[in-house]
Design a binder for this molecule. Structure first.
Ligand SMILES: [Zn+2]
Length: 104
């Protein structure tokens, strides 16, 4: 599976894809509990909002990076990969970084 779990940010071995949101089997119970809680409270259930909120709670030290002046060839390679895999550019960059640092 080449996608990242939207909750834990890891490349899962199995999970459920809903639209462009992948939730790994390990994170699924936590997401379902939040969906149930929101439905019981009569709140809006927005998967993107839920996964982002839980991701930020689980990863309080996550960082936001901007990459300035990226060489055009590299940009094109990332965009091409993202299109081919039907994933976002963000996911393509994160997957590439994850694969690189998994070697250490
Ligand atoms: Zn997960």
């Amino acid at each position: 599976m080449k996608y990242l779990c939207s909750v834990c940010g890891k490349i899962p071995t199995s999970g459920t894809m809903t639209g462009k949101i992948l939730i790994c089997d390990e994170c699924e119970p936590e997401i379902q509990a939040e969906i149930d809680r929101r439905e019981d409270a009569g709140e809006l259930v927005n998967m993107t909002h839920i996964t982002r909120k839980i991701f930020r709670r689980k990863n309080p030290n996550s960082i936001t990076l901007q990459i300035r002046d990226m060489p055009e060839d590299l940009q094109n390679a990332i965009k091409t990969y993202a299109c081919e895999e039907n994933i976002s550019v963000r996911e393509a960059v994160l997957i590439a970084l994850q694969n690189y640092f998994d070697k250490f």
